[in-house]
Write a protein that binds this ligand. Structure first.
Ligand code: CUA
Length: 155
């Protein structure tokens, strides 16, 4: 009898956890706008130098309050490695890889995406305060992986 009661208890706890997790997921997606960074476009990694916008990596203003940061990840550096954006503006990062899979993680933000050769990764972010954020590749990409980084300077 005692064991059956314990089993029933574990069963109830399992179901409650499942329902709570599903509820949390639905809440994040519907109320908080959480989503996976979908792939935006396909590019030929061998032709980035001729493919807009990757023929001109860097930050440019696209509207009164919007900026675009075009970044190429290659073993073992980001181009550009220093990204300067104004505080408060909406920044759309467009990132791709020229070779293997890299990561793009900006410390202290929710910018945390994979950079896949042949695909364009897009992530939109608004930096509220001025300061510097470390930018790192967090996807193992070879012997120089630990040296692959840069910074985002919010002005
Ligand atoms: Cu690029 Cu690790």
């Amino acid at each position: 009898m005692r064991i059956e009661a314990l089993e029933r208890g574990f069963l109830v706890v399992s179901v409650v956890l499942l329902v709570a997790s599903l509820g949390g997921l639905l809440y994040a997606v519907s109320a908080r706008g959480a989503h996976l960074p979908g792939h935006v476009a396909l590019v030929d990694p061998a032709l980035l130098a001729q493919t807009p916008p990757f023929d001109q990596p860097g930050v440019r203003q696209t509207g009164p309050d919007t900026y675009e940061a075009v970044v190429i990840a290659r073993t073992w550096a980001f181009s550009p490695s220093e990204i300067r954006v104004p505080a408060g503006a909406e920044v759309t990062f467009l990132i791709t890889s020229g070779d293997v899979i890299h990561g793009f993680f900006v410390e202290g933000t929710r910018i945390n995406v994979m950079v896949i050769p042949g695909q364009v990764t897009r992530v939109i972010y608004r930096f509220k305060q001025t300061g510097e954020h470390l930018l790192i590749c967090h996807e193992y990409c070879g012997i120089g992986h630990h040296t692959m980084g840069g910074k985002v300077v919010v002005q």
